[in-house]
Design a protein around this ligand. Structure first.
Ligand code: NAP
Length: 305
């Protein structure tokens, strides 16, 4: 392996520390900690584990957490009621509706009910529209976390040790760079493309109907794979020195979690690569906390924007 590992666990910890410091700074004047509300419908074990992890991290950062767990067969009306009750609660600065929802529920229609100001996942159409215009605050957590990992790669800061970060990681200017995003979901691919474009990269948005994906990928200085197909991206698709961000999380028959990229082969060619697990996953949680802090700051006039 020649690539440097982009350690998402380490970077997420640095963000938790920064958020915690800000909470300690603001709480005395505001009179309360930020509040994160989580709605879980059903008992999907992966979703339950994700929610537990998000709540644990929020508490570690000094947040209050509120949660509603609804049975799998809940009606649209019941989920709607939970969302509306959180929208009108002045102690809540971020609402997360854990996805995927059971099939009988329309995720988009329910996401549309979340107050855009406390849309911690950044998936409300108002926030996605603002992203399209290069405005707004709340960006979807997974692509935002992936972007922070690209910033880390470009900064050259080493994330492999135990040392805490003692400097700001600058936002990378990707002018002149070619990027490919494989996957075009609302959750990851499309907003990822917009974030890369915002940083001046020249972006190819690829998907299941793209012709000769390998050739497209070989032109890219930055490859973001967000597909959900284990090992789709082969080592020889990676240009020498490229940054590789593997968003995919796939459980394979032997029980292991793997990404969309053939890790060892890609790592032999890339300059930087994210592991799975331990890359984008922890950053998604860190960005949820970060977005909730933005909601808190805006509510209390503490943001500079
Ligand atoms: P999704 O909604 O299923 O979208 C998958 C995308 O991949 C679609 O745009 C699809 O194209 C494209 N695709 C499927 N097969 C392809 C192929 N053979 N070649 C090229 N493109 C192909 O999935 P998602 O929600 O974006 O999630 C993608 C992956 O990221 C999943 O593994 C998911 O578990 C993971 N994920 C991880 C995190 C994290 O925190 N690390 C967060 C969210 C998601 P079409 O549009 O043409 O169908």
């Amino acid at each position: 392996m020649t690539a440097q590992l982009l350690n998402g666990k380490w970077l997420a910890k640095q963000i938790h520390n920064q958020v915690k410091e800000e909470v300690e700074e603001y709480q005395p004047s505001v009179g309360r900690a930020p509040g994160l509300a989580v709605i879980l419908v059903g008992d999907n074990p992966a979703s339950k584990a994700y929610v537990a992890n998000k709540e644990k991290t929020a508490k570690k950062c000094g947040f209050n957490t509120f949660d509603i767990t609804l049975p799998r067969n809940s009606s649209t009306e019941q989920v709607k009621e939970a969302i509306l009750s959180f929208n009108s609660n002045p102690l809540i600065d971020g609402i997360l509706l854990q996805l995927p929802l059971p099939e009988h529920l329309d995720s988009n229609a329910l996401i549309n009910l979340i107050d855009p100001l406390v849309d911690a996942d950044g998936l409300h159409p108002a926030n996605q529209g603002l992203l399209m215009r290069g405005e707004g605050h709340l960006r979807p957590c997974t692509p935002l976390g992936a972007m922070k990992l690209i910033d880390l790669a470009v900064s050259g800061i080493d994330s492999s040790g135990d040392n805490d970060l003692d400097q700001e990681i600058p936002e990378a200017d990707l002018r002149g760079k070619n990027a490919i995003v494989i996957g075009r979901s609302i959750l990851v691919g499309k907003p990822m493309g917009m974030l890369l474009l915002e940083r001046n990269a020249t972006v190819v948005m690829a998907h299941s109907k793209t012709a000769d994906l390998a050739a497209r990928a070989r032109e890219a200085d930055i490859v973001v794979a967000a597909v959900g197909v284990p090992g789709l991206v082969k080592g020889d698709w990676i240009k020498k020195g490229a940054i590789v961000i593997d968003v995919g999380i796939n459980r394979i028959p032997d029980g292991r979690l793997v990404g969309d990229v053939v890790f060892e082969d890609a790592a032999a060619r890339a300059s930087h690569i994210t592991p799975v697990p331990g890359g984008v996953g922890p950053m998604t949680v860190a960005m949820l906390i970060y977005n909730t802090l933005q909601g808190y700051k805006r509510r209390h006039g503490l943001d500079n924007n």
